[in-house]
Write a protein that binds this ligand. Structure first.
Ligand code: FAD
Ligand code: NAD
Length: 488
């Protein structure tokens, strides 16, 4: 099989793990002809996560926010290889990545090794299932979370939620269902008041108000969304004014907000939460649910944790790979990490991951250019020594000076600097909140105008024109015909 891919022995092999925000942003700007590039990811597409909550209710069809990695790579120059596989182990000493094909169809070979000279780890994070949003992976998961709840990170998660919403509704409508059971089945509980939880709760309530209650009026009195948050408020990354605005909008939407409520246990029909009362006392409460969506932030992936364990300099890192200001993994010289699998001073967002990806592309392009000039310089200095006369020597010297100037210019690449463009979140009822950096000041705004801004901003950020057209069409379709409530 190796004859399919012949790496150029004169070029370094650059292996990129992942096809998310960080990896794709790197690939977009990377001059791929300078390296033997190998991309490895179990997902053969890029996913525009900001619009994923809208896929849970069918407002947007999931394929509208996916872009095939093959389409991204086919426009690149040089050798770029893609393997649909998961990196199961990164062997730092041997400089190889062990990969495994975890898809439904596997061939005779489904596990192998990929050697690398340079490695970029952009595998993102997995869902946290323990009690705090700050990951410390030694804490065991909250019992029952993995078995009974839905997450909201991948396309499959959104599809599962979409199916379950309708399953709960149809099961609640089953002949002779008891009143308590109807109430339970129609109780949609969202755990985690970060942006994922808030956006999903808003989308779900919209679905109920705009479509479900018209199609199935019998559920009107019992369909109910509750948002559960351990801290005293939701959206901690937003300003106080926008937090207040969000909380009052949730109330207006009739979403019940349960703050200071920390979920401790999950069963198939109810959650058990520790509620802190106004007087500071604590009480355990059972909250029955039909659908449970768990959105309590990020945890470190096992492959990343394993790499951290191989590198002594990563000993004190808890939330992911500690990197320096050039995104080099501390304790290594040929591994870079970016996005949600790395730890920096910035929040784990798409905005940060994509800026880091663009930075790494510039860095690698510069490194390749520098190497090329250095090779040329050593060729010229050999030629200078072999020159037959003074004239020829002087001519080569001029060329050397020119190359040295070029080298000085090329080498000037500073450390990664994040430029925060602001935070945006949809909160339901055609309203959004935004903390935007504008010129040198900050604008904090909430409401319908912000919602229109949110829509146009996300539409313009979609990966391709094709995605933009599909998303806009989905919005129009839902406005005219309503969301599709078929369960498939
Ligand atoms: P990801 O984009 O998660 O990509 C990781 C990639 O690695 C994937 O392709 C995955 O398949 C692959 N992978 C996983 N395991 C392996 C393995 N073992 N080997 C190889 N490949 C692997 N951020 C914002 O800034 N604005 C928003 O509006 C916003 N909205 C969001 C909405 C939702 C519902 C969610 C879940 C997140 C949102 N985020 C938002 C956060 C943002 O999506 C993440 O910060 C961003 O995806 C991180 O990029 P990444 O490249 O590190 O990881
Ligand atoms: P998050 O870490 O931002 O929030 C998780 C919330 O869950 C926290 O407020 C935490 O207190 C709460 N929590 C944890 N354990 C709990 C428990 N047992 N019971 C009750 N509450 C509990 O997670 P997220 O919303 O998934 O976001 C992850 C990252 O993605 C963040 O960096 C976020 O900024 C980014 N993101 C951004 C957007 C946006 O900009 N619109 C949207 C989604 C995600």
């Amino acid at each position: 099989p190796e004859e399919q891919f012949q790496p150029d022995p004169d070029k370094k092999t650059l292996v990129i793990l992942g096809s998310g925000w960080g990896a794709v942003s790197l690939l977009k700007k990377l001059d791929t002809e300078n390296y033997n590039v190998i991309v490895i990811s179990p997902r053969n597409f890029f996913l525009f996560t900001p619009l994923l909550p809208s896929c849970t209710t069918g407002l947007i069809e999931h394929r509208s926010i996916m872009e095939p990695i093959r389409n991204i790579l086919r426009h690149k120059k040089g050798t770029v290889k893609y393997y649909e596989a998961e990196a199961t182990k990164i062997d730092y000493e041997k400089r190889v990545v062990h990969i495994s094909d975890g898809s439904e169809i596997t061939g005779d070979v489904s596990r192998t090794e990929v050697p690398f000279d340079m490695l970029v780890v952009a595998v993102g994070a997995e869902n946290a299932t323990f009690g705090t949003s700050v990951c410390s992976c030694s804490i065991p998961g909250i019992p029952g979370v993995k078995e009974h709840s839905c997450f909201l990170k991948e396309v499959g998660d959104a599809q599962k939620i979409r199916k379950r919403i309708m399953d709960c509704v149809e099961t609640a409508m089953f002949k002779d269902q008891t009143e308590d059971e109807v109430k339970r089945l129609l109780h949609m509980v969202v755990v985690g008041g970060g942006p994922t939880g808030v956006e999903f709760a808003g989308e779900l309530q919209d679905f109920f108000e705009e479509d479900l209650k018209k199609w199935i009026p019998e559920i009107q009195d019992n369909f109910h969304v509750t948002l559960v948050e351990a801290l005293p408020n939701v959206l901690p990354m937003f300003s106080k004014q926008l937090i207040d605005y969000t909380e009052s909008t949730l109330k207006e939407e009739k979403i019940t907000l349960r703050t200071k409520t920390m979920v401790k246990n999950v069963t198939d029909k109810y959650i058990e939460a520790e509620v802190t009362k106004p007087d500071g006392s604590k009480e355990i409460e059972k909250i029955p649910y039909g659908l449970l969506v768990w959105a309590t932030g990020n945890a470190v992936r096992p492959v990343v944790r394993d790499l951290m364990n191989q590198i002594p300099a990563q000993k004190n890192s808890r939330r992911g790979l500690a990197v320096n200001e050039y995104l080099v993994v501390n304790g290594t010289e040929n591994i870079w990490a970016l996005g949600d699998c790395s730890v920096t001073n910035y929040a784990p967002t798409a905005q940060v991951a994509s800026q880091e990806g663009a930075f790494l592309a510039r860095l690698f392009n510069t490194m390749a250019k520098t190497e090329e000039i250095e090779k040329e310089l050593s060729r010229l200095s050999a030629a200078q020594q072999a020159a037959k006369n003074e004239d020829e020597r002087n001519k080569i010297l001029e060329e050397i000076k020119e190359r040295q100037k070029q080298l000085r210019r090329t080498k000037q690449i500073g450390p990664f600097q994040y430029s925060h463009q602001g935070s945006l979140a949809y909160i339901g009822k055609e309203r959004a909140v935004a903390d935007i950096s504008w010129l040198s000041g900050n604008i904090a705004s909430g409401g319908t105008m912000t919602y229109l801004f949110w829509r146009s901003a996300y539409l313009s950020m979609c990966f391709s024109v094709r995605n933009r057209v599909l998303v806009a069409t989905d919005w129009i379709k839902a406005k005219i015909f309503g969301r599709d409530v078929s369960r498939e």
